[in-house]
Write a protein that binds this ligand. Structure first.
Ligand SMILES: O=C(O)C1=C[C@@H](OP(=O)(O)O)[C@@H](O)[C@H](O)C1
Ligand SMILES: C=C(OP(=O)(O)O)C(=O)O
Length: 429
């Protein structure tokens, strides 16, 4: 399904932030790895979090759910011996479960999104799991991937952090359950380092002890630990909210998003500081971000690695800023649902934005006068491209048609409902 985004000068209203995708996937996983019954309050509902629900159920977790909570009885360190898992298009879910699947004798992760997740590399994690003696069949580091695990024991492991932090997170979920103590050394640079902070936070909540070095490059993980069954509350989602905040920033607006914790460990919390630096009028108090946009924004320079899933929304805001913005240290955006530098900038250019790419940078020459619009946008199976181009469409001169916009459901199924509720002119076709 496509959406048509019609230029909308004013947005107004209140939105309850969606629940965090990254915390939901983590809480579902640690609940499944516990013996006993855990409760997760306000879990996210999206294709990615549903993928984790489905897979942990396939692996033996018992799940009961109502509107507000999910109750999970875990399988501990004994996942069911199943043959196949389908993670949809969810990168984090795949990588975390590849590690857990090494406790199973023979599991194949199928390739249901050959043009998106099917193109993403997993070599670095494959290499680390092989160090633990796990036998892995793969297609040059890509799906479909078969894991023949059984009894990995732990020990010394290295993992590259160059492409994704998810490989390290995956090892941090697995190693506490192994028979021997483990030592993990991260090689190269660690990208998306802040997200590892969320992994460590959740592990600690689940009663797991990990000794991490201050720079997050070395870990000592005692073995023979047991995940504890606990009660968790999922906080609001900054990456998805970043797109709504960017929309409010580029229009005349009076928009409040509730449930965005000021002390959150989500790096994408930086959207608030970035918009502030762009001189967008806003406040952040009592977990409410209140934007009163006046269509005026100033360019900025920003290290995007600190807020990886909000960079596309920030770039969309910069399209209308006065001056030239630069988002640097963002090379790993190339290894996400699509190449979020080349593919995204191609779509922005179609819409009329003036953008340039480097291997690890996005440069935006702002157009405060607005962009032309009036074209069809290819979503590249990427929810964040869809949300960011919707922001651009609000301030184009003619409507944008975003093809296959239903892929927004990967993280934010009700994004367009939320946008319409604050006045955005959006129509499904
Ligand atoms: O661990 C996680 O849940 C995630 C880590 C990040 O990926 P990278 O580490 O590949 O940047 C982020 O982009 C993704 O949406 C979720
Ligand atoms: C990159 C993302 O997710 P994943 O890597 O889990 O597919 C995202 O949500 O933007």
């Amino acid at each position: 399904m496509d959406v048509i985004v019609t230029p909308t000068p004013r947005l107004e209203g209140d939105i309850q932030a969606l629940s965090s995708k990254n915390y939901t996937t983590r809480y579902l996983l640690v609940a499944a790895l516990a013996n006993g019954t855990s409760t997760i309050h306000y879990p996210a509902h999206s294709e990615d979090s549903d993928a984790m629900r489905r897979c942990i159920r396939d692996l033996g977790a018992i799940i009961e759910e109502d509107d507000k909570k999910i109750v999970i009885t875990g399988f501990g360190n004994h996942p069911k011996d199943i043959r196949e898992l389908n993670v949809g298009n969810a990168g984090a879910v795949l990588r975390f479960l590849m590690a857990i699947a090494s406790l199973c004798p023979d599991v194949t992760f199928v390739n249901t999104y050959p043009d998106s997740l099917g193109k993403r590399p997993h070599d670095d994690l494959i290499d680390s799991l092989q160090q633990l003696g796990v036998v892995i069949e793969h297609q040059e580091g890509k799906l479909p991937i078969t894991i023949r695990g059984g009894q990995p024991k732990g020990g010394k492991i290295t993992v590259s952090g160059n492409v994704s932090s998810q490989f390290l997170s995956a090892l941090l979920f697995l190693t506490p359950m192994l028979e021997e103590d483990s030592e993990i050394e991260v090689l190269h640079d660690l990208k998306s380092k802040v997200v590892v902070g969320q992994t460590l936070e959740v592990l600690e909540q689940a009663g797991i002890i990990i000794h991490a070095s201050e720079d997050l490059m070395h870990y000592k993980v005692p073995g023979r630990q047991h995940y504890q069954a606990k009660e968790y509350i999922v906080q609001g989602d900054y990456p998805g909210s970043a797109a709504v905040l960017a929309a409010a920033a580029v229009t005349n607006s009076d928009v409040k998003i509730h449930r965005l914790a000021e002390n959150s460990k989500q790096g994408e919390r930086a959207i608030v500081d970035v918009l502030r630096m762009m001189e967008v009028p806003l406040t952040h108090e009592h977990d409410i971000v209140h934007v009163q946009g006046n269509q005026r924004l100033k360019a900025l320079e920003f290290d995007g690695d600190a807020a990886t899933d909000a960079v596309l929304a920030m770039v969309a805001a910069a399209v209308f800023a006065e001056g030239t913005s630069r988002f640097y240290n963002v090379e790993n955006l190339r290894y996400k649902e699509c190449d979020r530098i080349t593919d995204y900038l191609n779509e922005l250019r179609k819409a009329g934005a003036n953008v340039e790419e480097r291997q690890a940078e996005i440069i935006v020459h702002g157009r405060p006068e607005g962009v032309e619009g009036g074209v069809e946008i290819n979503a590249h199976y990427d929810h964040r491209v869809i949300m960011a181009l919707s922001v651009v469409g609000l301030r184009a001169k003619a409507p944008l048609r975003i093809k296959d916009a239903h892929h927004v459901a990967k993280s934010y199924p009700i994004f367009f409902d939320h946008m319409k509720s604050i006045g955005a002119q959006i129509e499904w076709v």
